[in-house]
Ligand binder design. Structure first.
Ligand code: WTA
Length: 639
């Protein structure tokens, strides 16, 4: 095999990498030969089971993976590494403000997870009680997750950038009576208050909530009725909590995302299939092993952080890096400094960040020794060829394989990607489907389209990491899965093209979900916040292409009659979104419009608004009830 060489537009992995990879070409061949579902047994073998599973999947359509098995995620991520004599090795490295770091060995992680698990029990948390975790990127976040997993209490992590209202809705939606939060955190050197948000959320939840508060700021603990995290842990120092053996189908966690219609949706992940899937993909796609330092820069508040900053790397006994701050504070070389200092081997980030690094320039990575890196990855949105090449050249030293991984909150872990030691990489395309995953591009009727044609990306076989809600007969599940000519299909909501070599080229969402900086936001949730503003009659939000963020949020707002669409109203719209969801969802552009384009039945057609925002050709608008509005909106944007 050629060394990192290029042929037919593809880039081969260097032979040194290919030879030492966790999954080599011959492994891959035998996995593909074993086929679905048998090849997934390899995933389950990476875990320790309290009770062995009876089969890879159940007989009735693979809605349950590894039936009969029992296991504990916290045991798999912590205890077994200590038991194997690796207690002194580093599990977690945390970087906070400049030069502020904390390191946990597996033994220290074990002690704190146990103490906090005991503390949660003391507070009354029982098996299957949902604990909401509203924390920034501090070590207590993964510790709280693992403590919950230990006692069989599903966690529901809510991104710390979400507002009090968003937190309250998510707590109530999950019937969660316990909240782990903190006093505040640092952003660009400034302390932000989180406790006030948490308190406001608890006030609007209709039942009493027990709060545990981490002291992150070096300030005095705020007053109030709550338990201090440090007291809870201290009171239980040295206590060992037997990990609860969970059925494979028992919940590990809940997480909110936006569904196809752009509404916030609760996704449930189970213990067995999920953990096996993320452990396996960490092994096969990120090539991780116990000696690796892995840095997934995603916030743990999103699925990427759950799967590849916490559960995947820790299940394999690797070191995981957690970073609290932003990439450009105090300087634009901060990430490279973190990589150099911690000798990071595998770095996983979002294309939006890569585009920002590229804009800032190669002088920042060049200031640091990045030679510890051996593999790079991206996730969250398509990465274009220029950004891909820049990333490989300036961060990966022109050598590292780059895996473009496609997956979703619902899939739990990576399903489409190249295998770094096996496949030739195609900048701009994710790879084929992983062994044991079957994917296709279909038309609206669910029929396969030809190679090279655009269509909807579907997965045609279940996979272990699939969310429980996908196999239940819930309304939402029913909307996303269907049977076409006897074939089961899960509709991912993404548009894609499959080339004649089976590589998938992603083309963005086909539905109303917004993807801003690789983060999935709900259009409906933003619109309902805007519609709640006095003086607003209607609103619709769409994505507008942006060179760095992928898309920006563009809101079209129609004021009530006799209300002026002025700066004051614009400010109220922005404030309303910030307070209902958080700063990340605030529209970049607010265009006031006399009305919005609608079908004859009165439904707003976001597709036209999206074309208008992006300056694209609208095609035929005659099906609209009010086609004249389109020209008006276009001229408004031209002004
Ligand atoms: C998009 C994040 C192109 C896609 C793990 C998907 C991608 C949504 C890629 C899921 C990729 C993720 N190339 N698009 N490599 N990875 N996406 O649930 O639209 O936050 O449906 O999960 O991100 O976002 P979610």
């Amino acid at each position: 095999m050629a060394d990192g060489s290029e042929k037919r537009g593809g880039v081969d992995p260097p032979s040194s990498f290919a030879e030492g990879a966790n999954v080599t070409a011959s492994d891959c061949e035998s996995l593909r030969a074993a086929g679905w579902p048998a090849c997934w047994e390899r995933a389950a073998e990476l875990l320790d089971w309290d009770r062995p599973f009876d089969a890879v999947v159940d007989d009735d359509g693979a809605t349950c993976w590894f039936p009969g098995g029992r296991l504990n995620a916290s045991y798999n991520c912590v205890d077994r590494h200590v038991a194997a004599g690796r207690g002194d090795e580093v599990a977690l490295v945390w970087e906070g403000k400049l030069d502020e770091t904390r390191t946990y060995t597996y033994r220290e992680l074990y002690d704190e997870v146990n103490a906090f698990a005991a503390g949660l029990r003391d507070l009354g948390v029982g098996e299957d009680d949902v604990v909401t975790v509203y924390l920034p990127m501090v070590p207590e976040l993964p510790i709280a997750m693992l403590a919950c997993a230990r006692i069989g209490a599903p966690h529901s992590v809510v991104f710390a950038g979400f507002s009090a209202d968003a937190l309250a809705t998510r707590m109530e939606g999950a019937d969660s009576e316990y909240l782990v939060t903190c006093d505040g955190y640092y952003r660009r050197g400034t302390a932000l208050d989180l406790k006030r948000m948490a308190d406001n959320a608890c006030l609007s939840v209709e039942y009493p909530v027990e709060q545990v508060v981490v002291n992150r700021l070096d300030a005095e603990s705020p007053a109030g009725d709550y338990h201090r995290y440090s007291d809870v842990v201290e009171a239980n120092e040295g206590t060992e909590v037997e990990p609860v053996a969970r059925d494979v189908d028992d919940l590990l966690f809940l997480i909110y995302t936006s569904g196809t219609t752009g509404e916030p949706t609760l996704v449930r992940h189970v213990t067995g299939g999920y953990l096996a899937h993320v452990a396996w993909t960490s092994h096969a796609v990120f090539d991780l092993g116990p000696d690796d330092v892995h840095w997934c820069s995603a916030d743990v508040g999103w699925i990427t952080g759950h799967s590849y900053a916490v559960y995947g790397p820790l299940a394999l006994g690797a070191t995981t890096v957690l970073y609290e701050g932003t990439p450009d504070h105090p300087e634009k070389d901060r990430l490279w400094r973190v990589i150099e200092r911690n000798e990071v081997n595998v770095f996983y980030t979002a294309p939006t960040s890569v585009r920002a690094f590229m804009k800032w320039g190669s002088e920042y990575p060049e200031r640091h020794d990045l030679s510890s890196l051996r593999l790079l990855g991206t996730v969250g949105e398509p990465i274009d060829e220029t950004a891909w090449r820049w990333y490989r050249e300036h961060v990966g030293g022109g050598e590292c394989p780059v895996v473009d991984t496609w997956w979703q909150t619902e899939t739990g872990g990576v399903v489409l990607s190249t295998l770094p030691g096996v496949d030739s990489m195609r900048p701009g395309a994710v790879g084929r489907s992983l062994p044991g995953v079957e994917a296709a591009v279909v038309d609206q009727m669910g029929k396969r389209v030809e190679a090279g044609q655009s269509g909807e990306l579907v997965l045609t076989r279940p996979w272990p990491g699939m969310a429980q809600s996908l196999c239940e007969g819930t309304d939402w599940g029913a909307r996303r899965t269907r049977t076409v000519d006897g074939e089961w299909q899960y509709d991912t909501g993404d548009k894609a093209v499959r080339d004649d070599e089976g590589y998938f080229h992603l083309r963005g969402r086909a539905d109303d979900v917004l993807n801003v900086s690789g983060r999935r936001l709900s259009s409906t949730e933003i619109e309902s916040a805007i519609i709640g503003v006095r003086g607003v009659a209607e609103a619709a939000v769409v994505g507008r292409a942006d060179a760095i963020k992928g898309s920006e949020i563009h809101a079209f707002v129609s004021p009530a009659s006799n209300v002026a669409g002025d700066e004051a109203l614009r400010a109220r719209v922005r404030e309303a979104v910030e307070s209902a969801i958080g700063a990340i969802a605030v529209p970049d552009t607010v265009t006031f419009a006399p009305s919005l384009p609608k079908t004859r039945s009165g439904k707003v057609v976001r597709r036209y608004l999206e074309a208008i925002a992006n300056g694209e050709d609208l095609g035929d608008t005659s099906a609209l009830r009010n086609p004249e509005i389109v020209g008006e909106l276009e001229s408004l944007l031209d002004e």
